[in-house]
Design a protein around this ligand. Structure first.
Ligand code: BTN
Length: 252
């Protein structure tokens, strides 16, 4: 096989020119790279260099993918959609906390639309199908701009996933695992969510609300209780106390 050809017909490469032509109509500037440490790190560097809103870096493979709470994020080449978006949204400071939530909402809604799966959200922005995680998001603030990093398992097999509570579109019985229309749908819905600033759609798809949860807080402390609400800042309210960050476990 020639160098550069792919050896797995179920994991075709993205077509950078076609993608970038299609997405530039919606104001996105897409760059596809074969391999990179972390797309979030690339976008952070571009923010520091003054790049405007709308850059999207997509990697066919990441060698140092990063997750929330200092975890790593790994995937075999072309099995996932791994990309980061540079956002310079003109939002009031109290709306900034909603950006990671709108990112998760965009993925969940796009999956429902394009892949016909019952995607829901675990606060803040894990995307679940049947209680298993299919996508995770890592949002970082750099010099006042936002890096929204998205990792979506598309054709990943169970033994390639990090744990039993993870899944992929293929494993979840999605009607489509074509990464190009999925990426286009996510970016279209994301642009809409950032424009509308509606907070009710997130609450509708958030399967954390009303559940008994354990919240593992950044300092190592844990709280358990009922997830009662998402407040106006996008924080999770558990038994009357609002939390801005943490890892949620759905207990029942
Ligand atoms: C999580 O679930 O903990 C968040 C995972 C975020 C992974 C994506 S993949 C694209 C972007 N680049 C990274 O290094 N991380 C995010």
């Amino acid at each position: 096989m020639n160098a550069g050809m792919y050896d797995d017909l179920d994991r075709p490469p993205l077509r950078p020119a076609a993608l970038s032509r299609a997405l530039e109509l919606d104001g996105w500037r897409v760059e596809v790279v074969p391999s990179v440490g972390s797309t979030n790190a690339v976008v952070a560097d571009r923010i520091r260099a003054g790049e405007p809103h709308g850059l999207v870096i997509v990697a066919e493979h990441q060698t140092d993918g990063r997750g929330r709470l200092d975890r790593s994020w790994t995937s075999p080449p072309r099995a996932a959609l791994t990309f980061s978006v540079l956002l310079r949204p003109s939002l009031e400071p109290d709306q900034l906390g909603w950006v990671p939530l709108w990112g998760g909402l965009a993925v969940a809604q796009a999956l429902r639309e394009q892949a016909e799966v019952e995607a829901t959200l675990k606060w803040p922005n894990d995307v679940l199908i049947g209680g298993r995680k299919v996508a995770g998001l890592l949002t970082e603030l750099v010099n006042g701009a936002v890096v929204l990093g998205i990792g979506l398992n598309v054709t990943t097999s169970q033994d390639e996933l990090p744990h039993d509570l993870a899944t992929s579109l293929l494993l979840a019985g999605a009607t489509s695992t074509d990464r190009e229309p999925l990426l286009k749908a996510i970016l279209r819905v994301l642009a809409g969510a950032l424009g509308d600033r509606d907070t009710s759609a997130y609450r509708t798809l958030c399967s954390t609300l009303g559940r008994q949860v354990r919240v593992e807080l950044p300092g190592g402390r844990c709280v358990e209780g009922t997830a009662e609400a998402i407040d106006e800042l996008g924080r999770l309210v558990v038994d009357g106390t609002a939390y801005a960050a943490g890892d949620v476990v759905h207990l029942r």
